[in-house]
Each structure stands twice: as C-alpha cells, then as structure tokens.
Design a protein around this ligand. Structure first.
Ligand SMILES: Cc1ncc(COP(=O)(O)O)c(C=O)c1O
Length: 383
C-alpha cells in the first residue's frame, strides 16, 4: 500500500505495533484518533537507531550541541529563521517543556489564555501548574479560521499572565498569518503576557501555506515568546521523548535557564539521536510524507462529498488531522460514539477541544489512502 515513495505496511502488520494508537482498540476497529502516523520510519532515522541498539547505547542523553545545531540548521534551511544555538534547551517532550515554563512564568491562580478548539492537553497543562484557563475561541469567518485578536486583547487587558499559542493550530490545521502573529506580539508587549508557542506541527505545513515561527516576527515576540519545537509529530518519534524550548531574548531565556539541570537526563537518549537525524537528514522523507498527506486530505474531501455530503470538512493547511462537522447527521453532541459503535472506526470527540467542537470529530489521516477510504466508507454506510 502507498503512494509515490512511501510504502505503508498493511493493516495486519500495523496492528503488531505496540503504541497507543494500536493498543487502545480491539482489532475490528480502525484506529484514527491518536496522533501517530502509519508511515515507515525515515531510513536515516532507522539507521541511527539500529546503530545505537547494536552498540547497546541506551544510557542517558549527553550534553552535546548536536540537537541545538540540528534544530537551528533545519529552521534556517526550512523557514529562513535564525536560531541562536545557545538559546535551545533540550526537554523530554513539548508537554513537559510547556508545563515547566508555565511553572516559572505563572503563579497558582493566574489566568492563562487558550484559543479553542485546541489540543485538549493545553488546559490540562495549565491546571497542572494551578492556573486558570481562559478560553478565547478562534474566529471562524468566510476566509476560514483566524485568531480573534479583539477578544484576545480584551482577555489580555482584563487579567492574563500567559497565552498558549498553537502554531500551526491543532485540530483545525490553521497556519497563523504573519500579520496576526505580529499583532499578537504587540498585544503581549502592551499587556505583559508571555506567549508559549507550540510549534510541534510546523514541519508538517502542507503545500500552499507558509509557516511563520512566532519568534521570527518582531522584537516584541522575542521579548515575550517561547517556541517549542520537536521532530515528534513530523517524523513520528513521539515515544522516543525529545523536544526543545527555543528563546530569542535574554528575558525569556532566564526562565529557561531555571529549568532543572536534570531535564536533560529526563530526555530520551534515543529520542535525541533520532531527532538529530530527523532535522539533519529527514527532508526527503518529510517531503514524501507531505505529498501523501496532501493527497489524503483531498481524498478525504472527495470521499465525504460523495459518500457523506451532510458532513462538513475544510482541508487543513498543516498536519494530518481533519476536523469534521458531523452535526447535520443527527449523531448527537459526540458523533464518535455512534461512529465507533456502528462503523467500528475510532475518532477523537470534538467537544473535548472546547465548546465549538460539539458535533465535530477529529480524524487522523496519517495513514494509507486505502485505510482512509475504508474508514469513510464504513462511516457512510451507517448514515
Ligand atoms: C499541538 C500539540 N502539542 C503537543 C503535542 C504532544 O507533544 P509531546 O508528545 O512532545 O508532548 C501534540 C501531540 O499530538 C500536539 O498536537
């Protein structure tokens, strides 16, 4: 199965994987929720991991500059963004990095703003540090999703210490426009609000959109911003545990410098090895994956139009996640229950991403076109 240069294992092989995507549901269910991709590991990454295993090289991550060099090389080559390698800090994953920075910039009881529908753990991370979540939903207009800058200004002016930005924005696949990020940075500067920019999906921007790193837009963004970059979504390395926090000004760097020196030892050594290979040698594989995702996003659009025209879907600008409105089908506030019980396809419930997600579901199309076709065909037969 596959397309172009990517050949994807058949389902029987994929079901041998022991990761969350493949171990959460029984074998008659097509699992399309957990954000893992079904594609084979990029060859340069598989090679360095095999070599590490052959050396029994499974100790702690070492304090080398390899990861900082690889991230900054990738950012410059891909986005023209210059990162100072002294401003790159290794952490185990984006979630851990976010929580540790939030712990340092907010106090318990403070208000932290998010823009739903958004990745559900944002509110868990805010709760974990004892802060309150303030929801400023995305605006949804004729030209698509945007940050609601007026509403953000009201929230920042009232009472906010930090804003967690999803850039690109999971689950709607929005790649924020430069002018919106510039305006957001101005608001942050005016009201003294830290911006924690989760840029984990940045390598997965699809043809037609351009990713703009938050820290690249202005001095204001650099004064107030933190960027969280990782290869874990782009190259499917989530289980190996390595990510980075990047800053571009002395003030936010001071908070990063206060992270425990142990954060490096909590990072996966194999994760660092794989991430260095991904950022240094993973461009070709990523290009093949982006072709596949672009193809699958169009295929999904065609399938829904033909087989399930009452469902609404706008193709994302980034990532492998589709945000589908099943509201007109009469399957209730959480259509995933009906879809799991009758079609044996598992999706994420939209309401978990905020009130705008009622009646929606999130579908992971980081799979073969055959699996995607099978999923939508199964769902359509239950309508
Ligand atoms: C926006 C976003 N941030 C963070 C994560 C999780 O990242 P990590 O495993 O590095 O904590 C995900 C996973 O899907 C995600 O979509």
């Amino acid at each position: 199965m596959g397309l172009g240069n990517l050949s994807i294992d058949p389902l029987a092989e994929l079901r041998k994987r022991q990761s969350a995507k493949w171990r959460t549901f029984p074998d008659d269910v097509l699992p399309l929720p957990v954000a893992e991709m079904d594609f084979p590991l990029a060859t340069p990454i598989a090679k360095v991991l095999h070599e590490a295993i052959d050396r029994s090289d499974t100790g702690y991550a070492a304090p080398t500059r390899d990861l900082a060099d690889a991230v900054s090389g990738y950012a410059l080559r891909t986005w023209g963004w210059e990162i100072d390698t002294d401003h790159v800090r290794t952490v185990a994953d984006v979630g851990m990095g976010m929580v540790e920075i939030l712990r340092r910039v907010v106090s318990p009881g403070d208000h932290v703003v998010i823009s739903p529908p958004v990745y559900e753990p944002f509110s868990w991370w805010i709760r974990e540090v004892g802060a309150h979540t303030v929801e400023v939903p995305l605006a949804d207009g004729p030209l698509g999703w945007r940050l609601d800058l007026d509403a953000l200004e009201r929230a920042f002016a009232t009472n906010a210490t930090a804003y967690v930005l999803c850039n690109p924005h999971n689950p709607v696949g929005l790649v924020h426009r430069r002018e919106d990020l510039v305006a957001l940075a101005e608001l942050a500067d005016t009201y003294g609000v830290y911006v924690l920019s989760d840029e984990i999906h940045a390598p997965l921007v699809l043809p037609g959109a351009d990713f703009v790193p938050f820290l690249s837009v202005s001095d204001a963004a650099r004064r107030w911003g933190f960027s969280f970059l990782s290869a874990s979504k782009g190259w499917n390395l989530a289980g190996l545990k390595a990510a980075t926090v990047v800053t571009a000004d002395r003030a936010p760097k001071r908070y990063v410098d206060r992270l425990s020196p142990h954060s490096l030892y909590r990072t996966g050594h194999l994760g660092v090895i794989a991430t260095v290979a991904a950022f240094n040698e993973g461009d070709q594989w990523l290009a093949d994956v982006l072709d596949m995702l672009d193809h699958n996003s169009r295929l999904l659009d065609d399938l829904l139009r033909k087989l399930l025209p009452a469902a609404h879907y706008r193709q994302p600008q980034a990532g492998f996640l589709a945000w589908i409105d099943f509201g007109a089908l009469g399957w209730g506030d959480d259509p995933t229950e009906h879809i799991l019980n009758t079609a044996r396809v598992a999706l994420n419930a939209g309401h978990r991403y905020g009130p705008l997600g009622v009646g929606f579901a999130r579908l992971n199309f980081g799979c073969s076109p055959e699996t995607l076709t099978e999923a939508i065909t199964r769902i359509a037969t239950t309508a």
